[in-house]
Design a protein around this ligand. Structure first.
Ligand code: ATP
Length: 446
C-alpha cells in the first residue's frame, strides 16, 4: 500500500514538473519565492485551459437553445454576500497546532484520521486547538479610505453574479423557463489548507451554470444535469473508471441546497471533487428578493402563474478540471528500452494541434517546411520546430506536451511533394501529399 502511495505521489511530482518544464503552469511570483496556492499559466497552459473553457462553453451554451452566457463583475455590492449567506456562513473550521504552528481544516483532519487528537504535521498529541470559524472571502476597500463603508469582497463564486442578473437576462433575452445562464470567471477563496498543486487555489476560475426551473420539475432537471455533466468529461476522453459520484448526506449539505452530488475524479493524491451539482431550490432568488426589495419572481404568461424559480446549479473549477484532464492524460511507456512520456490529451484540449518539422536545417527544406506550416495555421495552434537534432527527440518533446500530430518534411518531400504524418498515441507514420495534408488533418482533428 505504501509503495503504491509513494508511486502515486511520484506521479504527481512528475506531472507538476512537466507543467513547469514545458510551459504549462508556473508558481506565481516565483522569483520572489512564490505565493502559496496561486499559479500562472504559461504559453501552453493558457491555450490548454482556454480549450477546456471553450469545450465547456460550447457544450453549455452554443450547442443549446436554452442557455445564454454572462460575464458579471468580480466586485459586487456587499449586500449580495449578506443575502447569499456568505458573510455569515462561508467559513471553514480551522485548527492550529500549538507545537509546530501548522494550520488545518478541522473537517479534513477528521476525514483523514477520525478525530483531532494528533497533529497531522508534527505528530504531537493534544496540540490542536479547538476549531474556530474562518471566513474565506478576501476583503478589499472601494475608494480612497479604508473604512467599513467601502468594504467589498472579491467574489468567492461566480453564481451570485448570475442570480442578481436573473431579471435583466430573462427580460432582455425574452427567455421562458426552463432556461439557464452560464458564466466562466475568476473566484477567490482564502483557503486555510490549500495544496495539491492547482487542485485547491486561492485564486481560481469557475465555470457555472444556473438553470432556472418551475419548482415541480426540480428532480427531473437535477437528474438531467447530473448525466449531462458526467458525459461532458467522457466526451473529452476522460477514463470512466476515474470518475465517481459522491452524494451529499444531510450533514454535508450546504445551507442553500436540498440535494447535492459531486463528481469525483481519481487524482494521484486520492479521489476528490471536481464538480458539484446542486438543487438550490428557490433559496437564492428568494433571498435576493428579501434583501434587495426587488421582486425576483417569474410570471408564466401561458400558465398565468407567478413564482420564484428553483435553480439547479452545476459548478466546476476550470483549473481543477484542467488538472484532472492532465492527470488522466499523463502516461509513461517503455519504447525501445526508453521511457516515453506522453500526454494523451483529447485533440480538442491539446494546446498544439500539429507540429511541423524539417528533417534538417538545410535552406530548401526549411523553406518548404515553413510553407507547409503556414498552410496548416487554420487548424488551430500549430508549432514550427527546426531546432535541429534527432527527429525522434523532437517527436518525444511533442508527445510530452500532448501534440496529436507531427508533420515531417524531408529530402524526399522536395522531390515527391509528400510529407510524413506521425501520430502521437500509436506513433505510426504515413506519407501523404502536401496538397492533401490540410484536409486530412482537419478531418482527423474535427
Ligand atoms: P471543496 O470542498 O473542495 O472546498 P467546494 O465544495 O467548496 O469545494 P464549490 O463551492 O461547490 O466547492 O465550488 C464548485 C467547484 O469550484 C468545485 O467543485 C471546484 O471544482 C471549484 N473550486 C472550489 N474551490 C476551489 C479552489 N480553492 N481551487 C480550485 N478550484 C476550486
Amino acid at each position: 500500500m505504501d509503495t503504491q502511495r509513494s508511486a502515486e505521489r511520484d506521479r504527481m511530482q512528475d506531472i507538476v514538473s512537466l507543467c513547469k518544464r514545458r510551459g504549462y503552469i508556473f508558481p506565481s511570483s516565483e522569483i520572489y519565492g512564490g505565493v502559496n496556492a496561486v499559479f500562472d499559466y504559461g504559453p501552453l497552459g493558457v491555450e490548454f485551459k482556454n480549450n477546456v473553457k471553450r469545450a465547456w462553453w460550447d457544450a453549455m451554451t452554443r450547442m443549446r437553445d436554452d442557455v445564454v452566457g454572462l460575464d458579471a463583475s468580480i466586485i459586487m455590492a456587499r449586500r449580495v454576500w449578506q443575502a447569499s449567506g456568505h458573510e455569515e456562513v462561508f467559513t471553514d473550521p480551522l485548527v492550529d497546532c500549538t507545537n509546530c504552528k501548522a494550520r488545518f481544516r478541522a473537517d479534513h483532519v477528521i476525514e483523514e484520521q477520525g478525530n483531532l487528537d494528533v497533529c497531522p504535521n508534527c505528530g504531537q498529541r493534544g496540540t490542536l486547538t479547538e476549531p474556530r470559524r474562518f471566513n474565506l472571502m478576501f476583503k478589499t476597500f472601494m475608494g480612497p479610505v479604508e473604512e467599513d463603508a467601502g468594504l467589498v469582497y472579491l467574489r468567492p463564486e461566480t453564481a451570485q453574479g448570475i442570480y442578481v442578473n436573473f431579471l435583466n437576462v430573462q427580460s432582455s433575452m425574452r427567455k421562458r423557463l426552463p432556461f439557464g445562464i452560464a458564466q466562466i470567471g475568476k473566484a477567490f477563496r482564502n483557503e486555510i489548507s490549500p495544496g495539491n498543486f492547482t487542485y485547491r487555489m486561492r485564486e481560481f476560475e469557475q465555470m457555472e451554470l444556473q438553470y432556472f426551473i418551475p419548482p415541480e420539475d426540480e428532480e427531473r432537471w437535477y437528474n438531467y444535469w447530473k448525466e449531462q455533466r458526467r458525459q461532458w468529461y467522457l466526451d473529452l476522453g476522460m477514463q470512466p473508471e476515474h470518475l465517481s459520484w459522491h452524494e451529499h448526506g444531510a450533514d454535508e449539505l450546504a445551507h442553500y441546497a436540498r440535494a447535492a452530488v459531486d463528481i469525483y475524479y481519481q487524482f494521484p493524491f486520492g479521489s476528490k471533487e471536481i464538480e458539484g451539482i446542486h438543487d438550490r431550490t428557490d433559496y437564492d432568488l428568494r433571498r435576493h428578493t428579501e434583501f434587495s426589495g426587488k421582486d425576483m419572481s417569474y410570471f408564466d404568461d401561458i400558465e398565468k402563474r407567478r413564482y420564484i424559480p428553483y435553480i439547479i446549479e452545476t459548478s466546476v473549477g476550470a483549473d481543477r478540471s484542467a488538472l484532472a484532464f492532465l492527470c488522466d492524460a499523463y502516461d509513461e511507456e517503455e519504447v525501445k528500452g526508453e521511457t516515453r512520456v506522453v500526454l494523451r490529451l483529447s485533440k480538442r484540449l491539446a494546446p498544439i494541434k500539429v507540429a511541423v518539422m524539417p528533417l534538417s536545417k538545410k535552406e530548401d527544406l526549411v523553406a518548404l517546411a515553413r510553407k507547409v506550416h503556414d498552410g496548416l495555421r487554420p487548424l488551430g495552434l500549430t508549432q514550427y520546430d527546426d531546432t535541429g537534432g534527432n527527429i525522434g527527440k523532437r517527436y518525444r518533446r511533442q508527445d510530452e506536451i500532448g501534440t496529436p500530430y507531427c508533420v515531417t518534411v524531408d529530402f524526399e518531400s522536395l522531390e515527391d511533394g509528400q510529407v510524413t504524418i506521425r501520430e502521437r498515441d500509436s506513433m505510426t507514420q504515413r506519407r501523404v501529399a502536401i496538397a492533401e495534408l490540410r484536409d486530412i488533418l482537419s478531418a482527423e482533428l474535427a
